[in-house]
Design a protein around this ligand. Structure first.
Ligand code: GDG
Length: 490
């Protein structure tokens, strides 16, 4: 780290490294998500810290020494927050995933508002805050990630610890009629006002937050225009911003153009006899609208029999939260639906739906993106949805079609050139797919070129940059040694 620079401290539920047991030995693997890709070089060059849970609740495991090797290679420090199984059950599976996740995705009937989840969420947030306080100094900038940790600023302040602290919410923020159902609504809103900057994915999320804030704290006043505004509550002032997250465009685009990925993509097309490919890629989660999507493929084949034998729907569902009953039931529902649709339409030499329940290596995922003629991205609600952006970046042919849910955060940026659909409207999706199937190449290229330009310009580095500019009035350009962070500006 260059002396005098402000350190960046990222705090998230999970560390950017996953502990894995292979042949009885524990190993540490780097996380591959966009957030890690974007933040790792910044942390390395500015000198940084990442604080989070390691993913293991085994008290006999020496997590710190396992992480120290990873930490010295990565070039930034990792500090783990040890959590017991009971804490993980209450704070992560309970409060985060059975209350905030469904509620903030407008699926309130799936919420289980157990008071014990709330208590455990507070206890674990306090534990995180203690470690943040111990591992940081007043000169650091602390960046908290996501809904698991909404009480960080609140607890740090209650301990008398002064820090510059920003928060980014990766999921949607609901409108008041939904948010008000949360039994601890006032405490959550109040805790969020303790941050110096609160970032959302879209302007709509920011508007929703502001409306909830005004209902619960009528004295709140907002000032300013544009993506970042100032809010005053009593004698406290903080900022709210919209920062749509993105991907490393070049990484996806370059990978799609690699020879071996091109060959992989060709083999996928060949195996499907060069029929048109419609692709869905999601974590297996009830917010992603997978059953509704399979039903819309059924509607497509019923309404437009000319497409029988000419199209394949490929659904990649990445295992997620597998220990939770609701996710097990969803998996069964999806598998039954796939069976039903294939049973209804297959004929010798053609099976309409190809379903994969696994995580593909990155190159293979990009090969699927590149092979697909149409990406069908239809979450019932989504903070952003990176798959929509990754598909465009990896669409080497430049003439794919993006069919996108109007309830994905990504729709705010991509609506002009994507085909927007209502994920609950099976007939509407079938109609959109039929039209996309018959679109001429020139039209498809025009739309895809515009989408690619959008994602190239507003990429993940642009996202980090915008947040840091708002948070500490510094940009990535203030750190010229960050070579990997050269990016195009819109
Ligand atoms: C949350 C918010 C927001 C998928 N299949 C494979 C694979 N993936 C990767 C994709 C993509 C990621 O998973 C999924 O990202 P999404 O953004 O679509 O969704 P969430 O996981 O729900 O993420 C969301 C995001 O946070 C960021 O703020 O956009 O709204 O819900 O990156 O590539 N990766 C590999 N193999 C697969 O088979 N390697």
């Amino acid at each position: 780290m260059t002396s005098g620079q402000q350190r960046l401290v990222v705090v998230s539920n999970r560390l950017p490294a996953a502990l894995k047991q292979e042949n009885g030995e524990w190993t540490v693997k780097a996380g591959a998500g966009g957030l890690v890709t974007a933040l790792a070089p910044v942390l390395k060059n500015r000198g940084g810290v990442w604080i989070g849970w390691s993913g293991s609740s085994d008290p006999t495991l020496d997590v710190d020494s396992l992480l120290s090797d990873f930490s010295s290679k990565a070039g930034y420090d990792l500090y783990t927050v040890p959590l017991t199984k009971e804490e993980v059950d209450g704070y992560y599976f309970g409060f985060s995933n059975e209350i905030i996740w469904p509620l903030f995705h407008d699926l309130q009937t799936r919420c289980r508002f157990h008071p014990k989840y709330w208590r455990m969420y507070l206890d674990v947030n306090f534990k995180f805050a203690e470690i943040v306080a111990r591992r940081t100094t007043p000169d650091d900038y602390i960046w908290i990630q996501d809904y698991h940790l909404m009480h960080q600023a609140f607890f740090l302040k209650s301990m008398g610890v002064k820090r510059q602290i920003g928060f980014f919410l990766h999921i949607p923020f609901p409108p008041p009629d939904i948010f008000m159902k949360l039994p601890w609504r006032w405490k959550v809103i109040q805790a969020l006002t303790e941050f110096d900057l609160v970032g959302f994915q879209t302007m709509q999320d920011r508007r929703n937050f502001l409306e909830c804030l005004r209902r619960l704290m009528p004295e709140a006043k907002s000032e300013g225009r544009g993506p970042v505004i100032t809010v005053k509550v009593g004698n406290r002032e903080f900022r709210l911003g919209a920062f749509p997250i993105s991907i490393d465009f070049n990484q996806f685009s370059e990978m799609a153009q690699r020879e071996e990925v091109g060959q992989m993509s060709f083999r996928i097309k060949e195996a499907l006899r060069h029929r048109k490919i419609i692709l869905g890629v999601d974590r297996l989660d009830y917010t992603k609208g997978i059953p509704e999507r399979i039903r819309s493929i059924q509607t497509l084949l019923r309404r437009y029999p000319d497409l029988k034998g000419r199209v394949n729907f490929v659904q990649i569902a990445v295992p997620s939260r597998e220990e939770v009953d609701e996710y097990k039931e969803l998996r069964t529902e999806i598998e039954q639906l796939v069976g039903r649709v294939n049973g209804e339409f297959s004929f010798p030499g053609w099976v309409p739906v190809h379903y994969h329940y696994k995580s593909f290596p990155h190159e293979e995922l990009v090969a699927y993106y590149s092979a697909a003629d149409i990406a069908l991205v239809t979450p019932l609600r989504d903070g952003m949805n990176l798959v929509a952006k990754e598909y465009c970046a990896a669409n080497a042919s430049g003439d794919g079609v993006l069919v996108l849910s109007e309830f994905a955060g990504a729709a705010a940026q991509m609506q002009k050139y994507a085909y927007l659909v209502n994920p609950y409207d099976m007939e509407g999706i079938a109609k959109a797919l039929h039209r996309a199937f018959h679109w001429d190449k020139e039209e498809r290229s025009r739309h895809m070129t515009a989408l690619r330009d959008q994602v190239r310009t507003n990429n993940i580095y642009w996202w980090v940059d915008s947040f840091l500019r708002a948070g500490i009035a510094k940009s990535l350009d203030d750190f010229p040694e960050v070579e990997t962070l050269k990016f195009e500006r819109g």
